[in-house]
Design a protein around this ligand. Structure first.
Ligand code: NDP
Length: 443
């Protein structure tokens, strides 16, 4: 058996019941097999065995009191995966589906994503199975305070800097930051995605969605095309989806779908983003309300946005939301590109199929890296006690995304797999981390 399959078998044996982590490890390790074969030093120094094992995994009880006076208990997680190239960095997910396997898949992906940004940040992820939906502000506050009263022991501006993710937006980051400050007495850049009045960066809110669109535009440019005039389908209606829709529309595309966990909308005239923002960001409501703003739009509770004909598809909701049959429909409808705003939204067989059919497929670890890259820019501003203008941050973000496309394109070609951006992104992300690990010795 090969080195890669030996390591993958050990991952499965040692981490039972963590299918998402197995899926992420398989995708990365199989696509870097070419590099590992070319470089025997990686096997000799057990780089793969080390890279699939987190530095540490922290799990803790999060008790909080609901508005009825009942004590509720959730589970908290922080997986610090790898800090070979910089302090741990990665978001906190608050969603009932959260478990250790999901946090490990996200933390593992984060290592390579953070490396691709070219910035000095290591990989981590955390969160809880707490569901902020349907909770009052006071309940969310009490949860965040309890969560941070344990997490604060393990994080710091130069050790581990968490951020937002699904279910963790500006409100949750604010409550957690306040608690950290109170417990430690430190006013430091320990979290990113902070509000603008207390150390947040302009353009951080927009960064993941904008970055996705910048990378896609570069990928299309490389193929002699552009977003202008294209029809786009988007899934999700959260932070990533909203700003992807905004930037794609600005660049002349027409976005016709969005979704949430209850259903999806199809607006053939182009999504009214002002309406979606009001529903989601102001009212914390459901997309079913969209019909109140646009009576002509369709709302569906079955099927998916991938059945709608489009040139470009942006999955921006969650993992494993685009399957093989969706990919076949997209190909039948002549999709040109699929770029992932979410982490691992496409099933592996669906991703392979898209690549085989010549669709330009940009994996999340490259396409959505604009969020963490801008978080790293927030860290820089906090360290310097400065804040840059929106235009400055946006320009840096755009450069970073163009550079990420360049790296994944170059590495795909280098290994004879033109336009296989999964291979290109994984190889580029891996080499930098592996070389840093080698330089730092067998620790
Ligand atoms: P939000 O919580 O703001 O939005 C998530 C969206 O996806 C909501 O519309 C939500 O619907 C929907 N959704 C979540 N889970 C499910 C599910 N199980 N089934 C169907 N729909 C679902 O999160 P973000 O926009 O921040 O994150 C979206 C994705 O992007 C995630 O994969 C995240 O890891 C990734 N990402 C985010 C970054 C960021 O900067 N925010 C950076 C890089 C990646 P509902 O409201 O009904 O729950």
């Amino acid at each position: 058996m090969s080195y890669v399959s030996d390591v993958l078998n050990a991952v499965i044996a040692k981490n039972p019941a963590q299918p998402e982590f197995h899926q992420a490890a398989k995708e990365v390790l199989e696509s870097i097999a070419c590099v590992v074969e070319d470089n025997p030093k990686y096997k000799k120094n057990a780089i793969l065995e080390r890279i699939v094992e987190p530095d540490r995994q922290i799990m803790f009880r999060v008790p909080w009191v609901d508005d009825g006076g009942n004590i509720r208990v959730n589970r908290g997680f922080r997986v610090q995966f790898n800090n070979a190239i910089g302090p741990y960095k990665g978001g906190l997910r608050l969603h009932p589906s959260v478990n250790l396997g999901i946090i490990k898949f996200l933390g593992f992906e984060q290592i390579f994503k953070n490396s691709l940004t070219g910035l000095p940040i290591g990989g981590a992820k955390g969160g809880s199975d707490f569901d902020p939906k349907g909770k009052s502000d006071n309940e969310v506050f009490r949860f965040c305070q309890s969560f941070m009263s344990e997490l604060f022991k393990y994080i710091g501006a130069d050790t581990d800097v968490p951020a937002g993710d699904i279910g963790t937006g500006g409100r949750e980051i604010g409550y957690m930051y306040g608690t950290y400050k109170k417990l430690t007495g430190l006013y430091e850049g320990v979290l990113t995605g902070k509000g603008l009045t207390y150390g947040g960066s302009l353009a951080r809110t927009e960064a993941t969605g904008y970055g996705l669109v910048y990378l896609t535009e570069e990928m299309l440019k490389n193929a002699g095309k552009s977003l202008a005039g294209m029809t786009v389908t988007v899934s999700g209606s959260g932070n990533v989806a909203i700003y992807a829709v905004q930037k794609a529309t600005e660049l002349g595309a027409k976005v016709v779908t969005m979704s949430d966990s209850n259903g999806w909308i199809y607006d053939k005239n182009g999504i009214d983003l002002k309406a979606v923002k009001e529903i989601k960001e102001v009212n914390r409501g459901r997309l079913s309300d969209y019909a109140k703003y646009r009576p002509d739009a369709e709302y569906h509770t079955t099927g998916s946005v991938w059945s709608v004909k489009c040139d470009i598809a942006f999955p921006c909701a969650t993992q494993n939301e685009l399957n093989l049959s969706d990919a076949a429909t997209l190909v039948k409808n002549k999709v040109l590109a699929v770029a992932e705003g979410a982490n691992m939204p496409t099933y592996p067989d669906a991703a392979d199929y898209l690549i085989e059919k010549g669709v330009l497929y940009a994996p999340g670890k490259a396409a959505n890296a604009g969020g963490v890259a801008t978080s790293a820019l927030e860290m820089s501003q906090n360290s310097q006690r400065l804040s840059w203008t929106f235009a400055e941050v946006d320009a840096k973000l755009k450069n970073i995304m163009i550079n990420i496309f360049g790296q994944m394109n170059e590495n795909a070609e280098r290994y004879g797999k033109k336009n296989n951006f999964v291979l290109g992104a994984n190889v580029a992300g891996f080499i930098k981390v592996a070389e840093a690990m080698l330089a730092q010795g067998p620790q």
